[in-house]
Structure formats: structure tokens, C-alpha cells
Write a protein that binds this ligand. Structure first.
Ligand code: AMO
Length: 425
């Protein structure tokens, strides 16, 4: 379709055709003003007198229209550049009233917004979140490609748990009970045995977590890597590189979106600091919190730990009891593992580790976690015929977006969230 993007009008002269939504309509005696919006911005359309074939007062808010008109030189109101309309066509009418007023300065409550998400996303600030999320992913992809990772796709319908049995969604698969995958963990490791050397995957991960919190979804986007002939140190270095590349891409590509969201993010050049799990216990103790070494940190513990850092930091050397079966134990102290979480203040963004690559040790780890090796036969097989040492991580894309933009609820950066109660839209 013939079309000029609104962002281009400022640098043009003469007649243009703009396509978009009629965001506001103001009718005075012999003159009417429309604010028209497209994906790039908004402009003011001025209508003097009558225009053939269109009844301006009957245009409803958020109808899709086509406006042909002359650019008014040197006219830049707070509604954007101005066009003097010569032709207006209503391409599709919007019903009235709107179920949600997307352009009110104050947002509706989150439930109303999510129920009417198609309208909610028309707001500039909300679109900005997803443009930034896309850039963050682009920055990670670009970095991983530069490091010779192969992007892969693995099944989401699976026969066994990877991250522990409790949080699995069971589904009917013909006459069998199967599960929605919690993580591509087993498959990305198998590909290391296949000699892919470095793989990554971006895909949905499903967790049947019952708690409804502002940092948990039941379906989230997991960015996973696995690298052969590597240990946890190599994986941590790759994670730092990927996160810094994501931030740099966002800063380069989204200055306007960041400013619409009022987010200022410094350049991230310094190394992410590290703290071990045991050092976290000492830190908590100093604050009067006694914490058992076999229990994961609570949100309050993480708030205390996070208050000692001003951004990203790694928590390393987690106890074996708190990590999945595939995590490599420390050579000198099998009670701890070669594992890490990347945190941003009080929130976990990534988990990773060096993995067990010796099938004998893997069998012992299954036994220690009371897992049946038969459930993992296809995985174990890949370890019996030449599995290199390997390491990797899984990063929650919504968590990364949320923490960088300072969003209060992970649903803000999930287009159509799935949580405890939400299955629509
Ligand atoms: P883990 O279970 O810690 O590790 O998940 C990795 C990262 O995924 C994100 N995440 C979530 N995001 C939103 N809602 C949830 N319910 C949710 N659960 C997890 C977090 C978390 O850090 N296989 C390992 C990774 C690996 O070792 O390679 C795994 O899945 O940001």
C-alpha cells in the first residue's frame, strides 16, 4: 500500500499518505483535528471544512484510517508534525466505547490491560518494552553467532523431567501421558555428544509452578546455551559477553524507547562481581539471618544479598543438594558444585554450571536425587559413546527485560502471559 511512515514526515515536503489509528478526534466549528498514530509515532491531521465521502464526526477513536494531505511546513506541535488533509478513508471502524482507554496517562489495572492486550499494546510505552526485548534478543543472538554457536530447536513435548519432577505439566499424547518441557537441558547436552560443539536455543519453557508472583510465569522464554570442552568459568565468561552485548544493542538501537520508558542504563563494561553461596550465608548471618546450607534463598535473603551489589553479580559454588542431577560436583568438595546463578540485585536472571560428563558419575547423581535412570535412557546413552566435558546456562528473557527496564511485574514484558489463572488471550 502507498504509505509514508509518520517518523519520516518531518524530513519531507508536499503530499503524503499516512496509514494508522485515529487516536484522538477533536471537532470545532469549521475545523477538526485528528491525532493519527502508526508504529513510528503520531502526527496531527487538520481538516478544514468538509472532505468528500467522509463524515468526520462519525469516525470513532482507534478506527484505522488513511489520510492523504499536504505537510504543513515548520509546524511541529506536541502532537507531532502536521498534515492538512485532502482525502480521508476509513479503512476499518472501531467499536465505541473502547473496553480500555489505552492513551489515558494512568494505566488501567493489569488484569483489565491483559484482558484487552491488543489495545493495551497500542500504547507507545508498551510497544517500547517489546521493541527493547527484541533488541536484547538480537544482541544475544549476534554475540552467540560471533562465538560460533549454532542455533537449534529441540522438542517441547517430552517424556521426562529435567529440572525436578514437581513443576511439570502433563499432557495427553495419543494414548500416553507426556510432559511439556521445562528446559532444553537434556537435548542441548546430547548435541554436545553429537559434536555440535556450541549450541543455543531460544524457546518456550513450561513450569507448573503454583505460586503466582511478579517474577514467575508458567510459560517463559528460555535462552539456553551449551558448550563442549568447557567448564563453568567458560560458561560464565560467555554469559557476561551475551548480557553485555544485549545491553549495548539496546542502547544503540532503542534510545527513543528507553527515553519513553524513562530508563537510563549505564554502559556495562566492568566485570560482574562474584560471591560464593557460603559467603552469602556469612553475609546473611551478619544481618542476623540464620540460613541453612540446604535451603534455597528466600526473596528476603536475596534482597539482603543483592543490597551489597549495584547490578549484576554471580552467586557461585551452590551446594549439591540445591542443584539438579546434571550439575558437576567440585573436584575437592563433592558437597558443592561448579555452578552459578547470575543475579541482578535481588532477582535471578540465569542459572548455569559445568555438567557431569562421566556416565558412571551421572548414574550416581540419579541415585542421589532418587531419579530412575530408565526415564533418562536416551540421555544417558549419549554419554556412553564419547561425551566431552561441557557447560552451559539458561537465561530467562522476560527476567532480563524486566530487571533492565525496572518493571514491577514480569507480565509487563510478556505479550500474552500464562500464569496460574490466565489462559486467554
Ligand atoms: P532454571 O530452572 O534456573 O535453570 O531456569 C533458568 C532461568 O530461567 C528463568 N526462569 C523463569 N522465568 C520466568 N518464570 C519462571 N517460572 C521461571 N523459571 C525459570 C530464570 C532462571 O534463571 N536447565 C537450567 C539452566 C542451565 O543450567 O543451563 C534451568 O532451566 O531467569
Amino acid at each position: 500500500m502507498e504509505r509514508t511512515l509518520i517518523s519520516e514526515i518531518g524530513s519531507l515536503e508536499g503530499i503524503v499518505t499516512v496509514l494508522g489509528w485515529a487516536q484522538e478526534i477533536r471537532i470545532l466549528k469549521n475545523i477538526a483535528f485528528l491525532i493519527v498514530r502508526d508504529v513510528t509515532g503520531q502526527c496531527q491531521v487538520t481538516i478544514k471544512g468538509k472532505i468528500d465521502g467522509v463524515d468526520i464526526p462519525s469516525i470513532t477513536r482507534e478506527s484505522v484510517i488513511q489520510v492523504k494531505g499536504k505537510i504543513v511546513k515548520n509546524s511541529q506541535s506536541k502532537s507531532g508534525p502536521e498534515i492538512l488533509a485532502t482525502e480521508i478513508t476509513v479503512l476499518n471502524n472501531s467499536l465505541s466505547p473502547l473496553p480500555l482507554a489505552p492513551f489515558d496517562p494512568v494505566n488501567a489495572d493489569i488484569e483489565t490491560r491483559l484482558n484487552n492486550r491488543f489495545l493495551d499494546l497500542r500504547k507507545r510505552e508498551h510497544l517500547a518494552i517489546f521493541r527493547i526485548k527484541s533488541s536484547l534478543m538480537f544482541g544475544i543472538r549476534e554475540f552467540l553467532h560471533s562465538q560460533h554457536f549454532i542455533e537449534v530447536q529441540t522438542p517441547k513435548i517430552v517424556s521426562s523431567a529435567t529440572e525436578g519432577g514437581a513443576d511439570l505439566f502433563q499432557v495427553q499424547y495419543f494414548d500416553q501421558k507426556v510432559y511439556l518441557n521445562q528446559s532444553p537441558q537434556l537435548y542441548k547436552e546430547i548435541l554436545i555428544s553429537s559434536g555440535f560443539d556450541r549450541v543455543f536455543e531460544v524457546g518456550p519453557a513450561f513450569r507448573a509452578e503454583k505460586h503466582n508472583t511478579v517474577i514467575h510465569l508458567n510459560e517463559f522464554t528460555s535462552v539456553d546455551i551449551e558448550m563442549g570442552f568447557s567448564n563453568h568459568e567458560d560458561a560464565m565468561a560467555m554469559l557476561e559477553g551475551a548480557v553485555k552485548s544485549a545491553i549495548a544493542t539496546m542502547q544503540k538501537d532503542n534510545p527513543q524507547d528507553l527515553s519513553v520508558l524513562n530508563v537510563k542504563i549505564e554502559k556495562y563494561e566492568r566485570q560482574f562481581p562474584r560471591i560464593t553461596f557460603n559467603e552469602c550465608l556469612t553475609l546473611l548471618e551478619k544481618e542476623g539471618v540464620m540460613h541453612s546450607a540446604n535451603v534455597d534463598f528466600s526473596p528476603e535473603d536475596l534482597r539482603i544479598i543483592g543490597s551489597n551489589f549495584d547490578g549484576f553479580y554471580f552467586i557461585t559454588k551452590w551446594p549439591s543438594s540445591l542443584r539438579p542431577f546434571y550439575t558437576m560436583p567440585d573436584e575437592t568438595d563433592p558437597g558443592i558444585t561448579n555452578s552459578f546463578d547470575l543475579q541482578f540485585k535481588d532477582k535471578e536472571v540465569t542459572s548455569g554450571a559445568q555438567r557431569v560428563h562421566d556416565p558412571e558419575l551421572l548414574r550416581k547423581r540419579f541415585a542421589a536425587k532418587e531419579l530412575n535412570p530408565v526415564d533418562f535412557d536416551f540421555y544417558l546413552k549419549a554419554f556412553e559413546f564419547g561425551m566431552p566435558p561441557h557447560a552451559g546456562w539458561g537465561l530467562g528473557l522476560e527476567r532480563l527485560t524486566m530487571i533492565l527496564l525496572g518493571l514491577k511485574n514480569i507480565r509487563e514484558c510478556t505479550i500474552f502471559p500464562r500464569d496460574r489463572t490466565r489462559l486467554k488471550p
